[in-house]
Design a protein around this ligand. Structure first.
Ligand code: MN
Ligand code: MN
Length: 468
């Protein structure tokens, strides 16, 4: 290709680091520092909601009940303790359309079973059921922490958070030692090496003394649980306790250009989405909305997932801030006139496994926010597949605002695939496209992103809220 054609007509990916000046580098690092702090405090969707609600309130976001119908009004709507909607009212009413970013707060993990505590061969163990798509072998022999909420027999609740502090104990799923693994594991396929039912945590080893009972170690564990949380075994039935890696978010590499952490999918998008609305300065033309939602990793089902009626209810409530009832036609107008970015992470080329990608269409780490026209698998099945017109609109906003972006697809045709909340937003009749940070090692206990891509995502979301 001639130089002239190349520079004028050809598309070339651009590095997110290319035009980064010293002051810009400081902004990138500051944003990453805030993000690492968030990631270290928020290992579950509940903890994210608690943290972000507190932050939003400190930045002037009111409760929905106190919201006034004035442009620039900032308020939030919660759905239980697992998702949160942030709103900034625009000069135009919501029926003229809302600029909206949706992103999920839940990440792949292990959940304790309803009756988790058992004793096996004189050790106390906790049984789990994995949540979302994981490679089970990732979860053995790493430090794990527990976070969750228990509703006790008397109806009172107690929060559990153990394994993150320097002096906290952690929990471990032990793998079979290599010396004895040949028959039990050696002939299995990699992804089947560890079975789901064996994702069972070591949780105690000391027996109670002087008692003529069978399960002395379990008895000790139950005694400790009661001392620490005032709970009894039956309380596990009305508990949600999540098992996550007890690992801290850290810079990765000599140049500190990447961040390693548990839960980048999808907090690497939900955090910039949150920041893009709370940092928005001035009064927007259109109403802005960021929906941080739960249950994406298991198909967006359930009361706190995006398929729940909750979102449409929230839209009617936003309309009602203006004092009149939200008629069916008002809701129709809001849905039809709104624009959405589904802020979810995308795959990038793993340097050791380029063969799973179509390298002409694969996104790369460090080359900007990924604009993904479609997800899905095997013939785009399950994809919302954004229109040329909508892709054109979002691309123009990014170009006009100097955002470093790149197109992306999830692997070669028929190699695999995945989905996001985009399809469910499209079901409501809202224009939507997937747009988010590239992740290496997605769905592993320690995922990696580029700091520059992350900062571009924040800027991209900000420009979308302003200009869509
Ligand atoms: Mn995701
Ligand atoms: Mn995911």
């Amino acid at each position: 290709m001639g130089e002239e054609v190349k520079s004028k007509y050809a598309y070339e990916r651009e590095s997110s680091w290319k035009k980064v000046t010293e002051p810009e580098r400081r902004k990138i690092d500051d944003f990453a520092s805030d993000y690492k702090k968030f990631m270290n405090s928020c290992k579950t969707e509940r903890l994210c909601v608690k943290y972000l609600e507190k932050e939003a309130v400190s930045l002037g976001f009111k409760d929905l009940a106190d919201a006034k119908p004035v442009p620039g009004e900032r308020f939030l709507i919660k759905n239980g303790n697992k998702n949160i909607i942030l709103v900034v009212l625009g000069k135009q009413p919501p029926t003229q359309g809302i600029n909206f970013i949706a992103s999920h707060l839940d990440s792949p993990r292990l959940d304790l079973k309803p009756m988790p505590l058992i004793e096996e061969n004189n050790l106390a163990m906790l049984k789990t059921h994995y949540y979302g798509g994981i490679k089970k072998y990732h979860w053995v022999n790493i430090p794990l922490s527990l976070h969750g909420t228990v509703v006790r027999k008397d109806g009172s609740t107690v929060d559990i958070s153990i394994g993150e502090e320097e002096n906290d104990p952690v929990f471990v799923i032990t793998d079979l030692m290599i010396h004895l693994a040949q028959k039990a594991q050696g002939d299995k396929k990699l992804l089947e090496g560890i079975e789901g039912e064996n994702l069972t945590l070591l949780a105690g080893s000391i027996p109670v003394e002087n008692k003529d009972i069978k399960e002395k170690v379990k008895e000790m564990a139950l005694t400790k649980l009661n001392e620490m949380y005032g709970m009894i075994e039956e309380d596990f039935v009305s508990a949600e306790i999540e098992v996550v890696p007890a690992l801290k978010a850290k810079d990765v590499g000599f140049d500190r250009g990447m961040v390693g952490a548990y839960g980048h999918d999808d907090r690497a998008c939900s955090y910039p989405a949150f920041r893009s609305i709370v940092d928005f300065e001035g009064i927007p033309e259109k109403t802005l909305l960021v929906f941080l939602v739960d249950k994406e990793e298991i198909g967006s089902y359930g009361i706190s997932g995006i398929r729940s009626r909750h979102f449409q209810n929230a839209l009617t409530r936003i309309h009602e801030v203006y004092g009149s009832e939200c008629r069916q036609s008002d809701l129709r107008d809001i849905l039809e006139n709104s624009c959405c970015i589904s802020g979810d992470v995308g795959g990038v080329v793993d340097p050791m496994y380029p063969q799973v990608n179509d390298m002409y269409n694969a996104a790369k780490l460090g080359y900007g926010i990924i604009l993904e026209k479609y997800t899905g698998s095997r013939g785009k099945s399950g994809a919302s597949d954004a229109s040329a017109e909508y892709m054109g609109k979002v691309r123009k906003i990014f170009n006009d605002n100097g955002i470093v972006w790149q197109p992306g697809t999830l692997g070669k045709v028929d190699e695999g695939g995945g989905g996001t909340v985009a399809a469910y937003i499209a079901d409501l009749g809202i224009q939507v496209v997937d747009c988010g940070v590239g992740v290496l090692g997605m769905h592993s206990p320690y995922e990696v992103i580029s700091k520059a891509d992350h900062f571009q995502t924040y800027k991209a979301y900000m420009s979308f809220l302003k200009d869509a």
